[in-house]
Design a protein around this ligand. Structure first.
Ligand SMILES: Cc1ncc(COP(=O)(O)O)c(C=O)c1O
Length: 380
């Protein structure tokens, strides 16, 4: 099946008991057993729920993967991947990560004896400088949040395979519509489903997808044992959201392109981060591994201190000032004090997350209204 057909049908069949075309919300915590251990494949809903099973199959299909697991948040999904490791294990990751991922790595898992190397991944070969016999995981995010750097997934996968290291890719910013890391050699794909997959800013959820039976078994064990599993209502909402993923992503990309080009030569803007520009340092890699360039854009305001930046961020009427991204509505975010506040200022600024940087999640509203909103605040 092609992408749009999978988005609408994968994992979903008419309900066997009633014929309901839409997957029912199986609002139950437990299931009848004919005799102990003899049941219909579902024993207790932390482990499995039919609404969630349909969603896991659908997301796995969109990523061209064999197995999918949904978690109660993106962080819950990342947490499960790190729990594959043992004290003494080392992880190589980017120096431009989502703030919550950085916080989990440094504040939660470092104290359990896992060592994280936060490195520049502009050139994937840099990874080789940090590999030793304890290196068990390479964790990358691409495009990066918020400076929209592009990491070469296939190049990372080649290095990971040579050294028998697991490669996990946070594919949240691209969504499976724009990029499929498993096809490029990654072992695990992670999503904050909260974002483009859900698409309507009404659910918090995460997902992991893999082709490896062994990784799936280990991750499913952690999933059930540690319990960060989502409920059936949220699973239903995401199944519904995914049905329009391809339509939404097309509109996000179109609007994103128009806005990036409007901002590029704007007198109030010092810099625009968007991988679709031919002069973006990783444009060629973006073109190679992504189908389009998405609706995530970061801008650095010209001559703006924190006060002026806050004033601008609070002045829009169509763009809403809020954390998160990937919903149908346009959002504006101030990473230094919002999504990335947990990264120390010096480190944050080294990665380009300066006080006058704003991140736009371009929604699917009418482009004329979005451009008019930007013009009203920033000038023509
Ligand atoms: C790139 C990225 N990864 C992971 C997460 C965490 O996901 P969640 O908020 O669903 O826990 C986020 C959230 O903003 C994100 O932007």
């Amino acid at each position: 099946m092609k992408f749009a057909t999978k988005a609408i049908h994968a994992g979903q069949e008419p309900d066997p008991t009633t014929g309901a075309v839409m997957t029912p919300i199986y609002q139950t915590s437990t299931y009848w057993q004919e005799s102990p251990g003899k049941h219909k494949g579902y024993a207790y809903a932390r482990g499995k729920n039919p609404t969630r099973t349909a969603l896991e199959k659908c997301i796995a299909a969109l990523e061209n993967g064999k197995h999918g697991l949904c978690f109660s948040s993106g962080m819950g999904a990342t947490d499960a991947v790190i729990k594959l490791l043992e004290p003494g294990s080392e992880v190589i990751t980017g120096n431009d990560l989502y703030g919550g991922t950085y916080r989990m790595f440094t504040k939660v898992f470092a104290k359990y004896g896992i060592k994280f190397h936060f490195i520049d991944l502009d050139d994937a070969n840099n990874i080789k400088n940090y590999i030793n016999s304890n290196t068990k995981l390479i964790w990358i995010e691409t495009p990066t949040n918020p400076t929209m750097k592009i990491v070469d997934i296939a190049a990372c996968a080649t290095i990971a395979k040579q050294h028998h290291i697991t490669l996990a890719v946070d594919n949240t910013f691209a969504s499976p519509y724009l990029q499929n890391p498993l096809d490029l050699g990654a072992d695990i794909v992670m999503h904050s489903v909260t974002k483009y997959l859900g698409g309507h800013s009404d659910v918090v959820m995460g997902a992991l997808i893999t082709n490896s039976d062994s990784l799936y078994e280990q991750l499913a064990f952690i999933h059930n044992s540690c319990g960060a599993t989502p409920g059936p209502q949220d699973s239903f909402l995401v199944l519904r959201g995914i049905k329009t993923l391809h339509l939404r992503m097309k509109a996000h990309c179109e609007n994103g392109k128009a806005i990036a080009n409007f901002l590029k030569n704007h007198p109030a803007i010092e810099k625009v981060y968007w991988p679709g520009f031919t002069d973006h340092p990783n444009h060629d890699i973006a073109k190679k591994q992504m189908r389009d360039f998405g609706g995530m854009i970061s801008i650095v305001l010209k001559n703006a201190d924190l006060e002026k930046t806050f004033k601008i961020a609070s002045s829009f009427s169509v763009f809403t000032l809020a954390e998160s991204l990937g919903g149908v509505e346009s959002l504006i975010n101030h990473p230094a004090t919002m999504t990335h506040a947990s990264i120390p200022k010096a480190e944050r600024e080294l990665a380009g997350v300066v006080d006058n940087l704003l991140r736009l999640s371009v929604g699917v509203e009418d482009i004329d209204d979005l451009l008019a909103d930007l013009e009203a605040v920033l000038g023509k």
